[in-house]
Structures are given as structure tokens and as C-alpha cells.
Design a protein around this ligand. Structure first.
Ligand code: PEP
Length: 220
């Protein structure tokens, strides 16, 4: 069971205080790049929020697998819906980032999920088939199912919606699948108890130490 916190473009909590509060609880944190080293130094399992497919080059604004590894970062989130929505990430780009990061030895959380319009139009499975279809199974790859309509909106997928989507994703690619979308301490246990839910990717609630620790505890 993996519980990962995506701090997005927020400074987030104090890494040392978070480390102390987590104790032995399994966790992943994905802070902004400026806090990666601090999180690593605090002893947190630290992932980046994105990663490029080349090792170096003229790619302004990007960061490479070896650059992250030099900091002690052990994984990366790839294809988050905010990257897809606001920064033009494509399925092909997500596949290239994922492949390169895995080849370099990083763990990867690859995000997939449908928008509200796609769900209402009955296109959820088609979207998931397309997004998952560009990925290949790997021991260090997990998928995060993040319905876009549930991210940062306070709307959470029902446990049944999450279970169905996760089971569908697993039928495409047999990998662990995390749920993401307004996971909070009060809904974590029921979501995480679904048989096809293998953990959570948490945004807003990971910025607060008590909330994140409570969700990690629900997952442990
Ligand atoms: C996320 O950013 O991956 C996320 C799920 O955000 P939130 O928990 O705030 O909905």
C-alpha cells in the first residue's frame, strides 16, 4: 500500500517535522523541486513531480533522471492531469518520460483519469484504454487513477467508482493502482479498503502534517 503526497506548487510542511510525525509509516512525498534536497535530507522517501526523458540537453525548465538521482530522489510522478491540462503533456510524452525514468532506475507513478465531460459522455473506459495503452508493465511502475473531476474539487469518487475504474485499469495492465482525488483522513479508509485500490495519491491533504499522517496510517 503506497500513500504518496503531491505538494504541487506549494512549499508544503516542514520536512523534518513531517518525518518525525510519520514515524515508521510508509510514505512518498513529491515536493516542488526547490525542496527535494531538504526532503531527502530529512529521510523522507522523495519523488519529483515530473521528469524528462533525456539525461541532459537544451530542454529549458525540465529535469532529468540522473539529476534527480544525484539528489537522492527515488521516483517521479508522471502525467499528472495538471501537466496534461495546463502544460500540454501528451500520452506519447508521458510514455517517453515513464520509460526513461524506469530505465534510469527511478520508481514511477503514472497518472491517468478522465475529465467530467468524458465521464458524462460515457468515454471513461476509452480514455483509460488510451492513457494506459502507451505504458508497459514494469516492477517499479504504479498507476494512479485520478478522475480529473475529483482533483482539488472536494468531489471524491465513490468507493464503487474507484473500484470499477481500478479493476478496469488492472485488466489492461496488471500493476498496483493508487486512487487520487480529494482523498482526506475521513474518506481514506473506505477508499483504501476496496480490493483493487492499492494506495492513494494525495494532493491538498498532503500539505497538512496531521492529515497526511492520518491517511498514511489508514493505508498501513
Ligand atoms: C493530486 O494532485 O494528485 C490530487 C489528487 O489532489 P487532491 O487530493 O487535492 O484532489
Amino acid at each position: 500500500m503506497i500513500v504518496a503526497g503531491n505538494w504541487k506548487m506549494f512549499d508544503g510542511p516542514d520536512p523534518r517535522a513531517l518525518r518525525a510525525a510519520l514515524g515508521d509509516l510508509p510514505h512518498v512525498v513529491a515536493p516542488p523541486y526547490t525542496r527535494l534536497r531538504e526532503c531527502v535530507d530529512a529521510g523522507l522517501t522523495t519523488y519529483a513531480q515530473n521528469v524528462h526523458w533525456e539525461s541532459e540537453g537544451a530542454f529549458t525548465g525540465e529535469i532529468s533522471p540522473p539529476m534527480l538521482q544525484a539528489l537522492g530522489v527515488t521516483g517521479a510522478i508522471v502525467g499528472h492531469s495538471e501537466r496534461r491540462q495546463f502544460f500540454g503533456e501528451t500520452d506519447e510524452g508521458v510514455a517517453k518520460r515513464t520509460r526513461a525514468a524506469l530505465a534510469a532506475g527511478l520508481n514511477v507513478i503514472a497518472c491517468v483519469g478522465e475529465t467530467e465531460a468524458q465521464r458524462e459522455a460515457g468515454e471513461t473506459e476509452e480514455v483509460l484504454r488510451r492513457q494506459v495503452g502507451v505504458l508497459e508493465a514494469h516492477p517499479n511502475l504504479v498507476i494512479a487513477y485520478e478522475p480529473v473531476w475529483a482533483i482539488g474539487t472536494g468531489k471524491t469518487a465513490t468507493p464503487e467508482i474507484a473500484q470499477d475504474a481500478h479493476a478496469f485499469i488492472k485488466s489492461l495492465l496488471d500493476l498496483p493502482v493508487l486512487y487520487g482525488g480529494s482523498v482526506k483522513p475521513d474518506n481514506a479508509a473506505v477508499l483504501l479498503s476496496q480490493p483493487a485500490v492499492d494506495g492513494a495519491l494525495v494532493g491538498g491533504a498532503s500539505l497538512d502534517i496531521d492529515s497526511f499522517v492520518a491517511i498514511c496510517r489508514a493505508g498501513s
